[in-house]
Design a protein around this ligand. Structure first.
Ligand code: SF4
Length: 692
């Protein structure tokens, strides 16, 4: 048993000591390696332990993105189609399934995964037509994943982040994910079987990782029986943060021995001591099996100041002496022609006043307090990575403080470090033409920023300051207009008290500066988050009747009334405003045109910020059908028509508009089809539909 160490104390690795295994689960962006595990590994190493790190998302996707796998799926789906054709009659459920099987077969016969990889990883990447072709191949690949790995959904994972409503909902998804668990077990046996680990950490930074992450945790029990399994990452932290009731997390205990909430570096050494039997579980650790896992709404680990017993207890990890570890990255796994690292020399937010914001675990402010690394040390890390061929960086932080930006840019220039970088900004008066020129000289090519609204009145209600449009935003936009830097505005509509006139002001401002906003996306819908300043001071903001959705123990989003009026149930009212914007459905994460994506960064670097307008205006379309032939004893065009009509009749939105007798008789209206003589059908199949 080791003696519990002091927080931040560093130990050298000892001989024959167990290692720690860190895993990144599906599903995630395959254009670059996600950085979180690189930071966790650094903290584990600082605690005196070696690490093995596997990006299982990348390994798994690469194991499937092969012609052999597509052929295997084709054989599988063809066998299923044959068994349908052998039946004497097909009811509407069987017709629906058959139509889906034919779509999947058509994709298997049309897709070229070799082209997909070659284009994304080679010079053809920069040709928009070839890029669109490769993107189409990957979208079809995602459609195949959604079919073969149901109930997990891969096709909409980035545009409509999956929401887990309850722990039992998550457990059901995990239980049904047998094919994924089989694949992950095979990869673990191939790469790390036989190793003895102190614990295995599974990082889930995004909600798209949750179902795959817990499926992986379930798999670990078979491959590494008895080894502690720890779940961590922002998406898991959110589950803990918003969990309602002491037992909301209990069903997760069968998959995870503990959940580490918040920034993993901070308490890593203490957690390792605890796992070795020394001391209590640190306050960052939640035990889902415990009767009272911990009061998840009052974590104090990021409170730098404040009053009371916990004041000043938070001691940040010594990050300046422990840079992220990236030596485990196999760059050949990622679908980009260059290497990008997300680097985080700044944590938290220096502004920390937006009334709608609720990010991280702070209970006193919207998000974590700002911490800034010495810019020279940050540039040293960047320089060392650049020597290893990493020349694209995303400086990963919610809002970079201007003084850090200035010091970082000056240091890059001083040390003659040639990189291309991107980041997220919070615009202030500091963004003068000289300051923007300095950033551009240092290699900044693209930056997203929280525009939020084009109405000064709404921005003030949002806590963004007074007269922000004229005093801050317009002067900053003019400064950026004099540079080549691409700005990507993030904004939303529907803030309580916002009017149509306010929304129109947002649209007008976006259109006025469309030459520097590259590209403009559609505005999202406001969500009232439980930990936001708005929710905590509801009365002051005219809000009442705050309540969580029924049958949902993990949602942070509240329903509410504003000045007595219920919040809008959907975003239809945004349509007239979004329709005025030059957005394009294909400009989404993680592809070219998506906010903060690596591919957008590469396109701006290569073609300049006007490229998206050119691509948007181009008549190139990737929404094209596949010519597909099938020989069947069923009238396939009739089957497809039946299925389309049935889907309309049973679609929740559409069915409400239909007379009641039609809603209830969809099955009877469509009916079954009888088997007939074999015929050859030439079909035109839409492989997938772009999401708007
Ligand atoms: S919305 Fe952004 S700028 Fe505002 S408090 Fe949150 S992290 Fe900071």
């Amino acid at each position: 048993m080791t003696e519990a160490r002091k927080q931040g104390e560093v130990q050298a690795p000892q001989a024959k000591q167990k290692k720690v295994l860190l895993l990144q689960p599906p599903y995630g962006d395959l254009t670059y390696p996600y950085h979180a595990l690189a930071y966790v590994a650094s903290a584990v190493n600082a605690a005196g332990y070696e690490t093995d790190i596997l990006d299982l998302n990348a390994l798994w996707l690469n194991s499937l993105l092969t012609p052999e796998q597509i052929e295997a799926w084709d054989r599988e789906v063809s066998t299923e189609i044959k068994s349908h054709y052998a039946r004497p009659v097909l009811d509407i459920a069987a017709q629906d399934h058959l139509a889906e099987l034919i779509r999947v077969q058509a994709i298997c016969r049309d897709i070229s995964v070799v082209t997909c990889k070659q284009v994304f990883q080679g010079d053809a990447f920069y040709d928009p037509a070839q890029y669109n072709l490769a993107r189409r191949q990957f979208r079809m690949f995602e459609a195949l994943l959604s079919h073969f790995y149901a109930p997990l959904d891969f096709f909409t994972a980035f545009s409509v982040p999956p929401h887990i409503s309850t722990a039992s909902h998550l457990a059901t998804m995990v239980e049904k994910s047998t094919r994924l668990k089989h694949d992950l077990a095979a990869l673990l046996r191939q790469y790390v079987k036989g190793n003895d680990y102190l614990f295995i950490g599974v990082g889930m930074p995004f909600s798209a990782n949750i179902a795959g992450g817990f499926a992986l945790l379930d798999t670990l029990a078979d491959v590494f029986p008895g080894t502690p399994r720890i779940a961590g990452g922002t998406a898991v932290t959110d589950l803990v943060k918003y969990a309602r009731g002491d037992q909301a997390l209990a069903p997760l205990a069968r998959y995870s021995d503990a959940i580490y909430v918040g920034e993993a570096e901070t308490g890593m050494a203490q957690m390792i001591d605890w796992l070795q039997g020394s001391g209590d579980a640190p306050e960052h650790v939640i035990l889902p099996a415990a009767e009272k896992p911990r009061a998840p709404h009052q974590p104090t680990y990021v409170s730098l100041g404040g009053k009371g017993e916990k004041a000043g207890r938070f001691k940040p990890f010594d990050w300046e002496n422990h840079p992220p570890r990236l030596d485990w990255v196999d760059w050949s796994l990622y679908l980009s022609p260059e290497r990008r690292v997300n680097y985080a020399p700044v944590r938290g937010c220096f502004w920390n006043k937006c009334t709608f914001c609720d990010y991280g675990l702070n209970s006193d402010r919207p998000t974590a307090p700002s911490r800034t690394m010495n810019a020279k040390i940050a540039v040293d890390v960047v320089r060392d990575l650049a020597k290893e061929g990493v020349t694209f960086f995303y400086i990963s932080s919610d809002a970079l403080p201007p003084n850090f930006l200035k010091a970082f840019a000056e240091e890059l220039i001083e040390q003659k470090v040639k990189i291309s970088w991107a980041c997220q900004l919070f615009l202030t008066k500091t963004f003068t033409p000289d300051f923007v020129a300095l950033l551009e000289r240092s290699g900044l090519v693209q930056a997203s920023f929280g525009l939020e609204s084009g109405s000064a009145r709404v921005l003030e209600m949002m806590g963004k300051g007074t007269d922000r449009v004229d005093q801050i935003l317009r002067p900053a936009f003019e400064a950026f207009r004099g540079s080549g830097i691409a700005l990507q505005p993030l904004f939303f509509m529907g803030f309580p008290g916002e009017t149509d006139d306010d929304r129109q002001q947002t649209v007008d401002l976006l259109l006025e500066y469309r030459d520097i906003f590259t590209p403009i996306s559609r505005g999202g819908m406001f969500t009232l988050l439980a930990g936001s300043i708005l929710a905590k001071n509801a009365e002051k903001y005219g809000l009442s009747d705050l309540e969580f959705p029924d049958d949902d123990t993990f949602s942070g989003a509240l329903n509410y009334r504003h000045n007595g009026k219920k919040n809008a149930p959907n975003c239809d009212f945004l349509q007239p405003f979004n329709d005025q914007l030059p957005a394009k459905a294909e400009f989404e994460r993680p592809w070219v045109g998506g906010i903060d994506t690596f591919h957008t960064h590469l396109y701006v670097e290569k073609h300049g910020r006007t490229i998206f307008e050119t691509m948007r205006a181009s008549s190139d379309t990737i929404q094209i059908n596949i010519d597909h032939t099938t020989r069947s004893p069923y009238d396939i065009p009739a089957v497809i028509e039946n299925v389309l009509i049935h889907r309309v009749l049973t679609c929740p939105d559409a069915s409400q508009a239909l007379p009641e007798e039609m809603q209830q008789s969809a099955e009877e209206l469509i009916g079954s089809v009888q088997r007939g003589q074999d015929q050859t059908y030439r079909l035109s199949i839409l492989p997938y539909r772009e999401l708007h």
